[in-house]
Every structure is written in structure tokens, then in C-alpha cells.
Ligand binder design. Sequence first.
Ligand SMILES: *Cc1c(COP(=O)(O)O)cnc(C)c1O
Length: 380
Amino acid sequence: MKFGTKAIHAGITPDPTTGAIMTPIYQTSTYVQVSPGDHKGYEYSRTHNPTRTALQNNLAALENGLYGLCFASGMGATDTLLKLLKPGDEVISTNDLYGGTYRIFTKVYEGFGIKFHFVAMDEVKNLESVISDKTKMIWIETPTNPLLNIIDIKAICKLAKSKNILTVVDNTFATPYIQTPLDLGADIVAHSVTKYLSGHSDVVMGAIIVNDKKLHDQLAFLQNACGNVPGPQDCFLVLRGIKTLHLRMKAHIENAARVAEYLLTHPKIDKVYYPGIPTHKNHAIAKEQMKGFGGMVSFTMKGDDLKDSIRVLEKFKLFSLAESLGGVESLCGHPASMTHASIPKAEREKAGLKDSLVRLSVGVEDIEDIIADLEQALEN
Ligand SMILES: *Cc1c(COP(=O)(O)O)cnc(C)c1O
């Protein structure tokens, strides 16, 4: 099956009792047993729920994986993955990553004796000096947030495999429409389903997809034992959103390319961060591992004056100033004070994240209206 067909059909069968074409919202906590232990595969909804099962199977198919697991949020998925580790273990992560991921690493799991190294992973050689026998996990986010650097998934997974280190790819920004990390050698794909997968800014959810049965069983144990699960109503909404994932991504990709093109020639713009630009440092890898360059574009303004950027953010009419990304509507954000405020300023600057950087999640509105909004916001 091709991607669009999978988005609509994979893991989903009409309801066996009524023929309902849409997966019902099984709003139930428990399931009746005929005799102790004699049941239809469902005992309690923390462990299994049919609406969640359909979504988990659909996500697994989209990522070309065998097993999917859903969680109450993207951070819930991250938390579950970190529980695979033990005190003394070390993790190598990219230095330009989602602020909440940085926060759970440094403010929660460091306290449990796990050590995190942050390196610029767009140069594979940067990992070599920090890898040791203690390294148990490599955490990749690509494109990175908010600087949209591209990391060579295949090269890093190859290095990790040779040393028996688990690789996780946070595929939130790209989505499986653009790249499928399991095909590039990753062990685990993680998602904030909240963003493009759900796509309509109405759900908070996370997911993990793997191919290895033992790893799945360990993660499913943690999902049930720690109870970090989404409810059936949210699973239904995401199943509904995913049916148009391929259509939405195509439109996001086209619109973001036009926005990047417009910003590149604008006299007030200093730097445009977008992997589709031929001069982008890792454009060649982006072209190789991605089917499109995504819907996110970041920029800084000439003079690098924070006040200029704030004025632009305030003047946007179509772009709403809000956290999050990946919904059908265009959003703008200020990473230094919003999504990445939990990363200390010195760390942010070391990673190249300027305080004046503006991040755009380009929606699927008509491109003429999107460009017109940029034009009026950038006008003095
Ligand atoms: C939003 C986000 C997360 C966290 O997901 P939540 O659903 O908000 O908990 C993790 N990684 C990336 C790249 C994100 O954008």
C-alpha cells in the first residue's frame, strides 16, 4: 500500500458489530469476561482499548514499523523511553532540540543518575569524542527545532549499531510522510502526535513506533505499568486527522517553500533557516533522506534586534502567536521566550539560537494570504 492509502486504511477495519466505517470511540474503562480470564483480548483500558489499538496499528504502518504505542503526550512517550535506562547510563542528544525534551533530560532524569551529552549532530564526527561504554541511547531530532538543521539519520544509526547503542528519532517535524527513520536504521521513532499527525490543534498525544518485538514488549509493559495513556476520544480525533496527513503535508511543504523563497529576497531579513535552500549546510542530506523539506521556516532580521522581531510577531494577523506547530492554521512563535525558554540563554547561544529568531509553522491556507500577512507584518 502507498502512503495515502495507508493513512486512510491501515489498521482500520469496519466495526464488526454494526459495520460502522469509522472506528468507534470505545469510551469504556473495563470489559466483561465470560469466566475469569475468558475475554475478547480486552480487560482494562489502561492496558488496551480498541480505539487506541486501531490508531497504534495505523501509526506503525505509516512509519513502516511493526508496533505502535500511544501515550498521553509527546513528553509521555519521551518519559517512557527514558525508563528503558538505568542509573549510570549515558545519552547523547542533539544540542538543538525541543525545549521540553531538554527539560526532562536535565531536570528530571539527571536526578536519577542518567548523564546527557548535547552535541551538534549535523557533523557525525562530533559524537565520537563523547561515545563511551556507558552510552546507551542516541537521541536524534531532525529537522531540529527551531534551527532546522538536518542530521544524517543513516550515518548516526550505523555508528550506533556498531556499538550496540539504541537510536531514537523524534520524527515530529518531518512526519512519516517525509521520512521513515526505521528504514534508515533507527531502533525507535518517537512523536508528538499533537503536531502534524493530529494536525488540527485539538489533541495532545505522543507515540512510539518500533520493529523489535522485545523492545515493543518492554515499552508496552511500561505503558501499562506507568499508565501514561491517551483516552479513546483523543485516539478517534487523531485517526480522523491522519486520514488527510498526506494531503496536508503536501500543502504544508509547498507553502513553506514559497514562504522561504519570499523571505530570502526580503530586504529586512538576515537569515532564513529552511532545509530546502541549496546553501543550507545539510541540504544534500535533506534531499537524500526527506521526501520534502517540511512546513517549518525560521528567520532572523537584519540588526538582530529583539524588539524588531517582537514587533513583527505582534503585527501578524493570519499567523497566530502560539506555542505548538503542525496544525492546518499558520502559527508563529518566539523560541527564546516560548518553546525554548527552559534552555539557559548561554546554552541557546552555543547552539546558535538567537533571541531574535522567529519560528513559523506554515499552515495550509492559500499562499497569497500567507505571503500578504508576512508582507504587512514586515512593513514598518
Ligand atoms: C511538541 C514536541 C514534543 C513534545 O510533545 P507534547 O505532545 O507537547 O508533549 C516533543 N518533540 C518535539 C519535536 C515537539 O515539537
